[in-house]
Write a protein that binds this ligand. Structure first.
Ligand code: XMP
Length: 326
């Protein structure tokens, strides 16, 4: 029978056996999946694990600080923070194709992990055992939708599945590969992770990079970060966090429309709100948010975010639309 206790016990034993006296690193994204994967592997191999948080500049507001504080406080893991903003934005310059963005982001993650690997070994000095393993919080739906499942077409290259380079130096540990999100949350709870981490809404590894339709630039990211922060603030204030699965906020950077703001004509960009309700992200419905909440978000975003003069609501279920726009 399936219990979280069994899953944890099984995985811990398997990971111990696999890793032996070697080392592993785990990329933390701030999301539930990587947090639970890290906590599980830490339970198995303790200080042989180092978590790596890659600040790729595609994060939402305050995300980095949250990982640095909350997750470390809850688990006591060894954490290495890598500032890789320039590297990622450089690699993404001029790129507009969604799959190309995803592949680039996946590849750059791995390059950063390889660099971190070298540093971890150097820091460990003479006792340095090789870092052979990379832990990833890949879930069952990620595997299926990246074409790795049973006969399902390739929908998107999830950054930690289809986005991996072919010359990967690491062996992968993916302890959540057979689980759905709700099961991952139960495992996280059983492992003693705090509510704020376990109940967090999903956020994709490629971050805001796949929420800008068009080229990703720092200026656009800053703009989207502001709009996203406003939407999240208002949804939380309205007590809707548990009701919605997640609410991507998307910048249509290549679209402009005419508006009137203050005492003049503007020619700005639309922001899309994509609130969805879902059980496992394989299918989803658009969430019927209260009009007052939508109105508040719209007013605030158009007032407070430069170059945005329109807020639109995505009323598409999945299928036919995916949750993210790219
Ligand atoms: P889609 O857009 O495929 O999203 O309907 C389904 C769920 O997966 C998240 N997502 C990702 N998560 N790496 C991740 O860790 C990715 O590359 C990725 N792409 C999408 C998305 O936010 C939603 O919860």
């Amino acid at each position: 029978t399936w219990t979280t206790g069994n899953v944890i016990e099984e995985q811990v034993a398997a990971i111990r056996e696999l890793v032996g006296d070697k080392r592993a690193i785990c990329g933390l994204s701030g999301g539930v999946d990587s947090a639970v994967a890290a906590a599980l592997v830490q339970k198995a191999i303790g200080s042989q694990l180092t978590c790596v948080y890659v600040d790729h500049g595609l994060m939402r507001k305050d995300e980095t600080q949250q990982v640095e504080k909350d997750f470390v406080a809850a688990t006591g893991v060894q954490l290495k923070v890598v500032d890789a903003e320039e590297r990622f934005l450089g690699a993404l310059a001029g790129v507009t194709d969604p799959e190309e963005k995803r592949k680039i982001i996946g590849r750059e993650f791995i390059r950063v992990f390889e660099q971190a690997q070298a540093e971890i070994i150097a820091e460990a000095g003479a006792e340095g055992r090789p870092v052979e393993f990379l832990v990833q919080g890949t879930l069952y739906p990620d595997v299926v939708e990246s074409g790795g499942g049973t006969g399902t077409a390739n929908i998107k290259s999830h950054h930690n599945v289809g986005g991996l380079p072919e010359d990967l130096e690491f062996k992968l540990i993916e302890p959540l590969r057979k689980l759905f999100k709700d099961e991952v949350r139960m495992v996280g709870q059983e492992l003693g992770l705090p509510e704020e981490i376990v109940q967090r809404q999903p956020f994709p590894g490629p971050g805001l990079g796949i929420r800008i339709v068009g080229e990703v630039t720092r200026e656009r990211l800053d703009l989207l970060r502001e709009a996203d922060a406003i939407a999240r603030e208002e949804l939380t204030a309205a007590g809707l966090d548990r009701e919605i699965w997640q609410c991507p906020v998307v910048l249509l950077a290549d679209v402009r429309s005419v508006g009137v703001q203050g005492d003049g004509r503007t020619y700005g960009h639309p922001i899309v709100l994509r609130p969805v309700s879902s059980e496992d992200a394989m299918t989803a419905d658009w969430t019927r948010l209260p009009y007052e909440v939508l109105a508040r978000i719209s007013t605030r975003i158009t007032n407070e975010v430069k170059d945005v003069n329109r807020v639109v609501l995505d009323v598409t279920s999945k299928p036919p639309g995916t949750i993210e726009w790219e």
